[in-house]
Design a protein around this ligand. Sequence first.
Ligand SMILES: CC(C)(COP(=O)(O)OP(=O)(O)OC[C@H]1O[C@@H](n2cnc3c(N)ncnc32)[C@H](O)[C@@H]1OP(=O)(O)O)[C@@H](O)C(=O)NCCC(=O)NCCS
Length: 162
Amino acid sequence: MTAVLVRAYRSEDLDAVRNVFVRAIRESAIRDYSPAQTDAWSGVDRPDAWSSAVDDRLIWVAVADELVVGFTDLEPSGHLDRMYVHPQHEGRGVASALLTCLEATARRQGLTRLFTEASITAKPFFERRGFKVLTAQVVEHRGEKFTNFQMEKFLNERPPPI
Ligand SMILES: CC(C)(COP(=O)(O)OP(=O)(O)OC[C@H]1O[C@@H](n2cnc3c(N)ncnc32)[C@H](O)[C@@H]1OP(=O)(O)O)[C@@H](O)C(=O)NCCC(=O)NCCS
């Protein structure tokens, strides 16, 4: 398998990150959400499909064969907003590699708790990596209703054996 490198996001990654975002939703999350929902979520036909907010958070990209294959981010509060992996690179530990980097940084910053709103698609991944479900919720986005899960992980807990 091709090695995956995780590094900090750079401005020139924006198009590649947008592409990962749209494809992950339209080809992976489509397993759990309707076409109308995935259209709304990925913002197809909208130039602002992926919010380019970069200044208020740390962002990491996973790179394989010099291509961006995944990304994640961390806000100062411990909120993990986005975790997306290109569908052709799913199931190979890309999200895990991203989360390992994110957690190492969070620990260095003194954060003790990470939290996120996980999609139905991502919930098993986060559970496997030690997050616990707090509650299921329904949120509205561009006129569509989505079930997702508030999840949290305390960083002082030992990670589960892999
Ligand atoms: C969820 C997602 C980020 C996982 O990325 P990934 O790179 O495939 O995850 P990994 O390969 O690192 O998986 C790590 C572990 O989680 C498990 N896992 C991941 N997705 C899973 C799923 N859908 N069902 C069951 N287990 C899953 C893997 O089996 C693996 O377990 P293991 O350590 O026992 O082998 C990716 O599928 C994705 O981008 N999904 C669509 C977008 C999305 O919903 N993003 C989240 C928005 S909140």
